[in-house]
Each structure stands twice: as C-alpha cells, then as structure tokens.
Design a protein around this ligand. Structure first.
Ligand code: CIR
Length: 253
C-alpha cells in the first residue's frame, strides 16, 4: 500500500512568513517552488501517493502542512497552531483528512503545532515550545489515550519546534541536535548532527529511504554510514522560513 502524503504549494505570501529564531532574509519564490517540486518528486520516489491540499495564497506559511495535523493509524487530530496567523490553515487539512480518518480537534485555549509531535512507537513526544502549550499537550494526550498512545512533554530550547531538534530515523534511533534537546528524553540511541549543521536534525524517513535537506551533507554522511539510504533535496529557500523536510507533508502512516 502506498503511503498517502498531503502537501500544499508554496504561497506567494511566504515572504511574510512567521519567523522566530531566524532574521528575515529574502526568499526567492520561483526557487522555493522549484525546490518544493523536487521535494514532492522525492516523496513519489519513496512510494508516496501525493494528495494536494488547495492553494492558500493569502496564508504565508500554508506550505508547512505538518503543523496542521497529527495523524495516527486510526485517527487524526487537527491542531490549533500556536501562531494565530496559521490557524486558518487547518480547515482545508481537516476537509482532506476527514476522508481518511476520524477527526478530533485541539480547542481553545489549547495550542499545538504538528512540528512539535514526534512519534516513536506508541509514544508521542511533544515539544513544549511557544507554539504548543500545556493545555494543547494535555488535550492531545486525552484524545489519543484510548487508541493506546502515551504523550510525554519534552523541553526544547533554541529552535522553533521539537522536530527542528530531533526526528526518528526509525523507531529505535533518533537524529538530534543535543544543543536544542536532551537525547536521553527518548529512551533510544541517538545520532548527533554534525556540529557545523545545527538545522540538520530534521529528516523524513519514508519508504525505506531518508529524505534530508541537501544543505547538510556532513550529517547526511553520518546517516548513510549507518546503512540508511539518504535522498537529498534542496531546501534552502524554505529553510529561510524556518521550515524543513518534515514540515512540508502530512504522511498518512
Ligand atoms: C512558522 O514559523 O510557523 C513557519 N515559518 C515555519 C514552520 C515550520 N514547520 C515545522 O517545522 N513543522
């Protein structure tokens, strides 16, 4: 069965995206779109069936669909993003995901960004960041409990989301930047990013390969040295918007 991947095209308004830890630098829209097309091609090469969400030209960060939902095998949770400018993005994600999964919702005053949720087996690790508050994390825990998932809160410093700091290469190994998150939180071995590539912990394993930003070759070499196949995709323009490779899709695993 192919994995369905929800994606959305880059909005022209991305030049007005939310920024937290990076200074604003000019985003080349054509280049961002070309890089996004390469990303979508990589998803297809990894066996994904790509489903396009409707364009949202007025919503600057709408390409970063990961933040709008948390998908598990038997249910999906529509988030309430921490940045108010991003909350209108969830309606179209809900419309699409409702055809695949029963839906639940994070509600006011909870906030949660999908980029803060890392799944390892039956545990959802959730970054406590300015985007995901204690009430949002509590609501997520209550929504997924009956499906057999535990939620654990993880402190994160220095970056936007938990998954800027750590992602799972598989259920038994995380890739992380130990300056931003403590690898001991996850109870499995970790591979550290190259110290010169702090943003390289965001990797997307799918279909037996690992999609990874081409800007971080030294960390990619570390991943490849473990026998994993890395598929590099250029992601410099979306990186200027504080996005990475996980952010641009919602995988229906
Ligand atoms: C934001 O600040 O919300 C966007 N500019 C970047 C979101 C990146 N998403 C992610 O890491 N999951």
């Amino acid at each position: 069965m192919p994995v369905c991947a929800l994606v959305r095209e880059v909005s022209p308004s991305i030049v007005e995206c939310e920024l937290t830890h990076l200074a604003r630098s000019p985003i080349d829209l054509d280049r961002a779109r070309a890089q996004h097309r390469q990303y979508v091609t990589a998803l297809e090469q990894c066996g994904c069936l790509v489903e396009w969400l409707p364009p949202e030209p007025e919503l600057p960060d709408a390409v970063f669909v990961e933040d709008t939902a948390v998908v598990l095998p038997g249910l999906a949770v529509i988030t309430r993003p921490g940045a108010p400018s991003r909350r209108p993005e969830t309606a179209s994600t809900a419309a699409a995901l409702g055809r695949h999964r029963p839906l639940h919702h994070i509600t006011d005053p909870g906030t949660l960004d999908g980029g803060d949720v890392l799944r390892l087996g039956r545990t959802l690790f959730v970054g406590r960041t300015p985007r995901s508050n204690a009430e949002g994390i509590r609501q997520l825990g209550a929504l997924v409990k009956s499906a057999g998932y535990d939620v654990r809160t993880v402190p994160v410093t220095g970056c936007l989301h938990l998954k800027s700091a750590v992602t799972a290469l598989h259920d038994g190994l995380v890739l992380c930047n130990p300056a931003w998150v403590d690898p001991r939180e996850f109870g499995v071995p970790h591979l550290a990013v190259d110290p010169g590539e702090p943003f390289a912990a965001n990797a997307l394993p799918v279909g037996g390969r690992v999609i990874h930003a081409a800007e971080f070759p030294r960390t990619a070499a570390r991943i490849a040295a473990l026998g994993l196949e890395v598929l590099p995709v250029p992601a410099s323009e979306l990186g200027k918007a504080e996005g990475g490779v996980t952010c641009c899709s919602v995988l229906l695993l």
